[in-house]
Design a protein around this ligand. Structure first.
Ligand code: IVH
Length: 709
């Protein structure tokens, strides 16, 4: 069924045609060639349209229905065939081609486009009683008789960014943000990268126009992974899934948006032509049939009678809330009948026929005692609020990152402010807002200094970045952080040398480079405060022990920007030994698998720094022996792939090491290539995906048993 179609094969089959035509002397050779060209093009066009359909079909099976029918490899084959075809025949590259999902050229600015029908906001409240009042208001307005109940449609209030998708004759032609409700920004390129959004509605008879509104969100697990990899690569992290999703949609470079794991849920209608619906339920069922994702029917999307059933829904969904794979901040209740919605109309900019009932987040109030600016290993200046300790959802919180100047400006957080904090995505503490009534009289807005707080050098911001970085490569803060990263557990694993000791060794002048670790003598350590004979010996021994190190870990330990653990492994596998890596030029770096131009450039710049290179050579001279990466082909898990989700009884890193030490391979997502999904407590959406793909799901205990057998 999935025949691989190559143009030259096709060419061979068609070459016969002009030859036959050439035979017809009176028609002439030219006519023959013209005929052949028409035949060839129509076959190419047919295949192009067949490929588009096939890929959209498999996109929907994979991303919307979670039941793929072909392997990732087969999918990639279809995709690259389509890309090749469009490269050779640019005239075929239509706007609904799935190849647009990988992002296009970067924009300078988004264009502003008016909404045909304004995007309204919702009245909202925080309690079940308010829902009963909403129901009373609706009944009163509709002059409903005693004992009559209104039919309501209930679903979650998704916590993301509202988007309008414009489908003309079934084709996705535009995607707009809500903007001010009247005019939005056109973000079509970015929205097309979300594979769950169909580029063409799945129907033979699409309406002339339908505007579908919904929310772009990021799943909690995807958010955690994104922040982890951003941090590892020395990049900016996001406060919560909503900011990460909104930031991705508003990226001018759609190639970056394409890399962010975004999702979409449809929930409302804008303008239409050639289609009408009788109710919200009818409308969302139709969305679903057209291949648009909507909230799960029966659990998160329900039609009920009367306010009591609405209140039950509010409580039922609240119970499910933490176990849902995405953040919701409440429920939305809509009068189901569109005729009644029309009767009810609007008050100001909110419909009288809908309301949102929110859930109270785990929040607390405290005071910002100071804002410190920390300097990271890539020189990034990160403002951190130091707060009066306070308990939020059972955990004492004292620090919260303020991320960058944009974030500080947006929230206008100042020293001395009383702030409301909450734990975002159930983990990271986040300042939500300032209680302005409690603001001290003389406070001033906080500005991140233009100079590095440690070395005083000028801090600079790259063009499209929001982060200021210290520009001094010899900045003591950058050095300290780089050395801490170098010695850390996932890098050189110099286990007896913690952050405090590194700071003390730096301050005493013993550590100025990576290689200085291997020049350290016991006397040096003993000269520090509070260091006895035994601990000094432990430190020296653990440094000695770290000398035999897998090449991937050494490359990761260098702390090159954008080179996280996974990239370091790829580089080690590709270059086999350290010299191969150190000698690589830009072109060679770009040939390594999965290394894009940005990463290649960053590695190349690092390799051009003579001081760093000398330091690396010194490491080798002083006895560091990088071990080439050899995939273990023996061991209980050889040739077997694993992925971990949820909380295990051991740390995630330990579990990964355990699997790899027995020859297993860790994959980054659930696919048909995956052999086992190892599941801990509170697992994410991966479990569902694994079930659909019939991937074996095992517990940590079962994994231990497998290792022994
Ligand atoms: S209906 C007239 N349904 O809430 C209301 N909105 O305050 C049309 N939202 O900007 C929207 N989940 O971003 C609706 N299930 C849901 C929603 C939802 C989230 C957001 C949406 C809108 C805001 C309204």
């Amino acid at each position: 069924m999935y025949k691989v179609y190559r143009e030259n094969e096709e060419f061979a089959s068609f070459i016969a045609l002009p030859l036959q035509c050439a035979y017809l002397r009176d028609s002439g050779l030219e006519f023959g060639i013209a005929l052949w060209k028409i035949g060839f093009m129509s076959k190419v066009r047919d295949r192009h349209s067949e490929l588009k359909k096939l890929i959209s079909h498999h996109d929907s099976l994979y991303h919307v229905q979670d039941r793929p029918e072909i392997t990732d490899y087969q999918y990639d084959q279809l995709f690259s065939e389509l890309q090749q075809l469009e490269k050779n025949h640019p005239e075929l590259d239509t706007s609904d081609s799935p190849t647009h999902r990988v992002g296009g050229a970067a924009l300078d600015v988004f264009s502003k486009v008016p909404h045909r029908v304004p995007m309204l906001s919702l009245s909202n409240s925080y309690s079940a009683e308010d829902l009963a009042e909403f129901d009373l208001r609706v009944k009163k307005f509709l002059l409903l008789g005693e004992g009559k109940e209104v039919e309501y449609f209930c679903e979650p209030k998704f916590d993301g960014l509202a988007i309008e998708l414009v489908y003309e004759n079934g084709l996705l032609v535009r995607a707009l943000t809500r903007g001010d409700g009247t005019t939005g920004e056109e973000v079509t390129q970015n929205i097309k990268t979300i594979r769950r959004i169909p580029l063409r509605l799945q129907t033979k008879s699409p309406p002339a126009l339908v505007e579908v509104r919904g929310e772009v969100i990021m799943f909690k697990e995807d958010f955690a992974e994104l922040n982890h990899s951003q941090q590892e690569a020395g990049e900016m992290t996001f406060a919560n899934p909503r900011n990460a999703a909104a930031g991705a949609v508003r990226q001018l470079d759609s190639k970056i948006a394409a890399q962010r794991p975004l999702r979409f849920f449809a929930y409302a209608l804008g303008a239409t032509e050639g289609v009408s619906f009788k109710s919200q339920e009818h409308c969302e069922n139709q969305f679903h049939e057209w291949g648009l994702p909507v909230a799960e029917s029966g659990v998160l999307r329900k039609t009920v009678q009367g306010s009591e059933a609405v209140i039950d829904f509010y409580h039922d969904v609240e119970k499910l809330r933490t176990s849902l794979p995405f953040d919701i901040d409440g429920i939305v209740v809509k009068v189901n009948s569109f005729r009644l919605q029309d009767d009810l109309g609007l008050v100001a900019r909110s419909p009288r026929w809908a309301t949102a009932a929110k859930y109270k987040p785990a929040q607390a109030t405290t005071v910002v005692e100071n804002i410190l600016v920390q300097v990271g290993r890539t020189g990034a200046l990160t403002p951190v609020a130091i707060m009066k300790p306070v308990k939020v959802g059972g955990v004492t919180v004292t620090n919260a990152t303020l991320h960058n100047q944009d974030e500080i400006d947006r929230k206008d957080v100042r020293i001395g402010d009383t702030v409301i904090i909450q734990r975002a995505g159930d983990v990271i503490p986040e300042i939500v807002s300032v209680v302005l009534d409690h603001r001290p009289k003389k406070s001033t807005p906080f500005k991140i200094p233009e100079r590095c707080p440690i070395c005083g050098s000028q801090a600079k911001k790259a063009e499209e970045e929001v982060i200021f970085r210290c520009t001094n490569p010899l900045c003591p803060a950058i050095l300290k952080e780089s050395l801490k990263h170098f010695a850390s557990r996932r890098a050189m694993n110099i286990d007896k040398v913690g952050d405090k000791i590194i700071e003390a060794l730096c301050d005493a002048g013993f550590l100025k480079s990576f290689s200085d670790f291997f020049r350290l003598r016991k006397e040096d350590v003993l000269s520090l405060d509070r260091q006895g004979e035994k601990s000094a010996q432990n430190i020296i021994s653990s440094i000695e022990k770290s000398k035999k190190i897998p090449l991937a870990r050494l490359i990761y330990a260098f702390g090159i920007r954008f080179v996280g653990e996974q990239t370091a492994k790829t580089l080690a596998e590709h270059f086999v030994n350290l010299d191969g890596f150190l000698d690589a030029d830009l072109e060679v770096l770009q040939t390594a698998p999965d290394i894009g131009p940005k990463v290649a450039q960053s590695i190349y710049d690092w390799l051009q720094d003579k001081r760093l290179l000398k330091d690396v050579r010194d490491l080798i001279r002083l006895g560091v022996e990088p071990q080439s990466l050899q995939r273990k082909t023996t061991g209980a898990f050889a040739g077997t792939s694993f992925l971990i989700t949820g909380t295990l009884p051991v740390k995630r890193d330990e579990a990964k090491d355990f699997i790899e030490s027995l020859g297993g391979k860790i994959l980054s997502s659930v696919s048909s290539k995956l052999n086992y999904l190892v599941v801990g407590d509170d697992p994410g959406s991966k479990v569902e995906r694994a079930r659909e793909l019939e991937v074996a799901i095992i517990s940590w205990e079962e994994l231990q048993k497998m290792a022994k057998s």
